[in-house]
Design a protein around this ligand. Sequence first.
Ligand code: MLC
Ligand code: AMP
Length: 507
Amino acid sequence: MNLLQLFIDRAADHLDQPCLTVPASSAVPAEQITFGQLFDRSAQLSGALVAGGAAVGDRVVAQVDKFPDAFALYLACLRAGLVYVPLNTAYTPSEVAFFLTDAGAHTLVCRPGTEDSLADAAAAVAVVHTLGAAHSGSLPRRAAEVDPFVGVTDRSDDDLACMLYTSGTTGRSKGAMLTHRNLAANGQALHQVWAFEPADVLLHILPIFHVHGLFVALHCALLNASEVIFLPGFDVPTVRRELLRSTVMMGVPTHYTRLLDDPAFGAADCANVRLFTSGSAPMTEQVFNQFTERTGHRICERYGMTETGILTSNPYDGERVAGTVGYPLPGVELKVLTEDGTPAAVGENGMVWVRGEHVGPGYWQLPEKTAEERSDDGFFRTGDVGCLDSTGRLTLAGRAGDMIISGGYNVYPKEIELVLDETPGVVESAVVGLPHPDFGEGVVAFVATDHDDTALTAALEAACSEHLARFKHPKHYFFVDALPRNAMGKVQKAQLRAEHAGHFGPS
Ligand code: MLC
Ligand code: AMP
């Protein structure tokens, strides 16, 4: 079944009720649309995409800001059976070029004003449209000229709905494919375990180009036909104001630490809220406890990933334990295996493997990579290390690789090292994450060189600006004569992390 049909069915009795409310702010115009208007809008945008020649199964890549039409674009793709591929707005043209080519995209929808910088990248696609706030851009203009696409294209559960790029350990991103079934199963499981209620109002503070903001948050709201307060970004005063009439907020740990950094934030702000959830990055016990002390709320931490959706959650009614990510969601089979493939004992760390309807079919056009991460009996290897307690509650210990999670965004050191190593004067580099009070982990680079530090810093920053989204840029460079290596010749990243753990101050 087409996922959009599920949303339309759930909202059938609520078409005149508010769906997305954008409060007045400096970033985008205030706007409110109902469920009926959202679905109509998706039909109009779908009409424009199809009129441009996009056919069932084609990939539509979107790099757009956050406003109601951007969400309608996602639904427009579902409606016409197109595969929606959202991109982080921070990605540079050279990053976008890779995604367009790799996805074999038919259409690119980008921000008004970025067409020129994306012109080279867009040579790979048949159609380029722009989409901005307040119905601006060529896509809405085209939509006004053509007939809306009013039907919902028949899709089987196994057909692709979306593809989200997730950085690979080899430094290149992989397209994680997600089917209509994967998304429907995960949305319904979350809607159930977080006990959504008819009067819920979701405060939406996340970007809508990742699983967390697009699927976890918005699918729950759509399945519940709930109003969403749709904030274009995260700023503490606006969040405090809008929390007053919200019942649910989903965030990454950085959102919670920033709220706690405001000494005036407290229980009065949260009087109407029934559920705060956190995920995408580990939340420290300290933040969990401080939040409880200040507000009386125990944040419900959950764990997931792009390839699989959300896997576990602390219980809604039972005990939410700081530092743990709770129990598998309904439909999620989860096991922890030691290196020799046997089940880990209670309390023993091992690799987390998962299976279920929520797990995507693999990586786009990478059958070998897909097979590498999957066991013969269909379990997916998450790359996360953790342990189960005697009740089946999961605690994560970290990642098997050296991925950094900064403010909820994944950063793969290899991708940055490749850019740094290309810079004249760099012998070699090692990128690691150090504890950071705001982002959880902050990206830093150790650069082996005999060049002048100042000139080299400028050259490294220029190289990063050309090739890498800003959130991936090292926030500090350490210049060294040589990188520490072990007897096997492997760079000792753990040593670098330990020696410089206090660089950004107490975490
Ligand atoms: C922004 N900056 C970051 C950053 N975000 N640097 C490192 N890490 C980050 N996460 C930098 C910018 O490049 C810029 O740098 C400066 O900070 C200010 O930019 P901004 O855009 O104003 O930032 P801000 O709005 O403060 O963003 C912080 C944030 C954002 C925490 C709100 O990062 C965010 O929305 N994170 C959520 C990520 C998310 O949704 N993850 C879900 C992945 S799905 P300069 O140098 O220009 O000043 C997933 C699965 C699952 O993981 O389980 O959910
Ligand atoms: P992504 O590839 O962006 O989907 O990121 C998924 C990764 O984020 C997971 O594999 C985990 O390593 C991490 N992650 C998500 N939620 C949590 C959490 N609650 N605690 C710790 N790590 C998390």
